[in-house]
Every structure is written in C-alpha cells, then in structure tokens.
Design a protein. Structure first.
Length: 127
C-alpha cells in the first residue's frame, strides 16, 4: 500500500493497486523477464535509471513488510542498497528468485548493470 506518490504515472498506478503481501520486484537490466502485464520497463540505456534510485523511490512510497534477495548478492555492491530495510530480508538462490517472478504483481526493470541487483518486496499495511 502506498505512502507517497511516484511521478511516473504507470508505476504510480501499479503501486497503488498493490495489496497486503503482494510481491513487487525491482530488477536489473539483465534479469530475464516473463511475458507479463506485471512488467513496467523503466530502462533507458545501460545504467539508467540506476537500481539505487528506483529502490529509494519505491521503498519510500511503499509499505514493506519483507524482502527477498539472491544469496549471491551477499558481499557484493548490491547488498549495501537494501541493508537499511526495516524489515526481514530473506536470502534465496538466484535461480529461485527468478522463479518467484511468476508470482509478482509488479516487476520494475531498471537500467542497472550491477550483478544481482534484484529484490522482491512484500507489501505490508501502514497501520
């Protein structure tokens, strides 16, 4: 559920439709995506928009009760981006994270080219 408005109209609309426990994925440019209406592709060129910027905007706007990341991200550059989350962060193998895309209500593709810059965010409630 939303706490703050996002300027991109399609992303804002999709975020506003999320309910409790729905999954939102923020993914890098290399993540293989399903053919799905859940995808909002924000990529412009390699590196733009950056994962960290999309992550900051979405996590500020969305109430989050949990997250899932790839175990392979541990110790890499991507790990620092979600170290500030005030919710439990589960680690799973990258291949398992990719299979979770099928359950996503929203998949936001960024231009990020850093390995394992992918996270599944589980929507919470703001009360």
């Amino acid at each position: 559920m939303l706490k703050r408005r996002i300027l991109n109209p399609e992303l804002n609309r999709r975020l506003s439709l999320l309910g409790h426990t729905d999954l939102t994925f923020l993914v890098d440019a290399g993540m293989p995506l399903p053919v799905s209406d859940a995808v909002v592709d924000l990529t412009l060129v390699a590196g733009i928009p950056r994962f960290v910027d999309v992550y900051a905007a979405v996590t500020e706007a969305l109430q989050i009760e949990g997250a899932t990341v790839a175990q392979e991200a541990r110790g890499g550059a991507a790990e620092q981006w979600w170290s500030d989350l005030a919710c439990p962060v589960q680690e799973v193998p990258h291949e398992e994270l990719k299979t979770m895309l099928a359950r996503a209500k929203l998949i936001v593709r960024t231009g990020e080219c850093t390995p394992y810059a992918n996270i599944a965010l589980r929507s919470g409630v703001p009360f």
